[in-house]
Design a protein around this ligand. Structure first.
Ligand code: KG4
Ligand code: ZN
Length: 343
C-alpha cells in the first residue's frame, strides 16, 4: 500500500509518498520546504505568514512528486488535521480533501503528535514493541505518553507551561541567537561548561510525571541580565549558559522518562519530536536506559525525521488506513486543539 501524505501544521510545508511492504515503512519521497529563515526575522512563527508560504509552496512540491494526474499508484491520502496553527493547517487539509475527492481515494486525518510518535517506525526492520513509553518533545509539546498499541494512547504527564523546544527557542533569544533556537543552543553548548551555572531543575522531585520550563527560562534571563550588567557576557560565558541550560532540560526530561518507565514497565522507549535531534538528550537517555533496563529497546527517529515532515504522517496514515479509519473529504476540518488521547 502506498500513501500520499501532507503536513502543514506549523512552518514546514511537506509532502511525502510512503509505502508499506515486508521490509516496513519505506519513504519513496519526502519533500520539506522550511520557512524557518522567513520566521526568524519575527523571532517566531507568524501564523498568517506560514499559511501564505504553505499556499505558495504546496503546488510546486506536488508537481515535484510527479504523481500522474489521476492519482494512479496512490492508494490513500493522509493529512495532518491538528494540532497546530489553523491558517497553516487549513492549506494542507484543503489539498487533502480536494485530492481525495477528485481521485476517489480514501482520506485519513492524522494527529500531528501521532505522526511524531510514528517517525520511529520509518525505514527500520526493528520498530518499537508495545507497550512503549514515549517522550514527545517539540516546539509546542512536551508529553510523556504510554502507547499501549497502535492508536491507543494514555497521557502520563505533560508540561504545565512552556514546551521544551519553546524553552530552547526563548533562551536562544535571550542569548541573541536566531530562531529556531534549539540547534543553535546545542551548537554553542559544545564549547561551554555545563557545570558553570547550577540552573534549577523544575519539578524534578514532583510526585507526578509533569514538567515545567518557564521558571528555568526566568532563571536564565536573570543570569544573562547579571552578566550583561557586569559587562562580561562574552562568547565563552554565553556558551557556558547554553550548556548549563541544556543540561538542566536534559536532566529533567531523562529523569521523568525513567520514572515513567519504572511506573509502567514498557518494552520500548520512544524519543521523538523536534527536540529529539538534541544529541545530549538522545545519548543520555539511551545510555541511562541501557544501564538500568537493558531489556527495554530505545528508539529515536533518523535526524532527517526529527523535525516536521510528511513521511511520519504517512506512517500514521498507513496504519489508520489499514484499520479503515477514513474521514469524509467533504466534512473534514482542521482542529487546532486535536488531542491524542481522545482519538
Ligand atoms: O517538532 P518540531 O519540528 O515542530 C513542532 O511540532 O513544534 O520541533 C521544533 C522545535 C523547535 O523549538 C526547535 O528549537 C527544537 O525543536 N529543536 C531542538 C533541536 N533541534 C530542533 N531543540 C534542542 N536541540 C536541538 N538540537
Ligand atoms: Zn512537530
Amino acid at each position: 500500500m502506498r500513501i500520499l501524505s501532507i503536513e502543514t501544521s506549523c512552518d514546514e510545508t511537506s509532502l511525502a509518498i510512503v509505502a508499506q511492504n515486508e521490509a516496513g515503512f519505506m519513504v519513496e519521497k519526502n519533500l520539506v520546504s522550511s520557512q524557518a529563515t522567513i520566521h526568524a526575522q519575527y523571532g517566531g512563527v507568524v501564523p498568517e505568514v506560514a499559511a501564505r508560504e504553505h499556499a505558495a509552496w504546496i503546488f510546486p512540491l506536488m508537481q515535484e512528486l510527479e504523481i500522474p494526474h489521476d492519482g494512479k499508484r496512490i492508494d490513500a491520502i493522509a493529512v495532518t488535521a491538528g494540532p497546530g496553527l489553523v491558517p497553516a493547517l487549513r492549506i494542507g487539509v484543503e489539498l487533502g480533501k480536494v485530492l481525495a475527492w477528485s481521485w476517489h481515494k480514501p482520506l485519513v486525518a492524522v494527529n500531528h503528535l501521532e505522526g511524531h510518535l510514528y517517525s520511529v517506525w520509518l525505514e527500520t526492520p526493528h520498530p518499537p514493541v508495545f507497550p512503549a513509553v514515549c517522550l514527545l518533545v517539540s516546539g509546542g509539546h512536551t508529553e510523556l505518553i504510554l502507547m499501549k498499541n497502535h492508536g491507543e494512547y494514555q497521557l502520563l504527564g505533560m508540561t504545565r507551561d512552556d514546551a521544551a523546544g519553546e524553552a530552547f527557542d526563548k533562551v536562544a533569544k535571550l542569548l541573541e541567537l536566531p530562531y529556531p533556537g534549539g540547534p543553535m543552543i546545542s551548537k554553542i553548548a559544545l564549547e561551554g561548561d555545563s557545570t558553570m551555572i547550577d540552573f534549577p531543575r523544575p519539578m524534578f522531585d514532583s510526585p507526578n510525571l509533569d514538567f515545567s520550563f518557564s521558571g528555568l527560562k526566568t532563571a536564565v534571563r536573570l543570569c544573562v541580565e547579571e552578566f550583561q550588567h557586569q559587562g562580561t557576557l562574552d562568547p565563552s560565558v554565553r556558551a557556558g549558559i547554553a550548556a548549563s541550560f541544556q543540561q538542566a532540560v536534559v536532566d529533567v526530561l531523562v529523569h521523568k522518562t525513567l520514572k515513567a518507565v519504572q511506573q509502567t514497565h514498557p518494552k520500548s522507549v520512544i524519543l521523538s519530536g523536534g527536540v529529539s535531534a538534541n544529541r545530549l538528550l538522545r545519548e543520555t537517555l539511551r545510555e541511562k536506559l541501557s544501564m538500568l533496563h537493558s531489556d527495554i529497546t530505545f528508539h529515536s527517529p533518523p535526524l532527517a525525521f526529527t523535525g516536521d515532515n510528511a513521511a511520519m504522517i504517512g506512517v500514521a496514515g498507513l496504519i489508520k488506513a489499514k484499520r479503515k479509519e477514513f474521514v469524509d473529504p467533504l466534512s473534514l476540518h482542521a482542529d487546532p486543539n486535536m488531542s491524542l488521547t481522545s482519538l
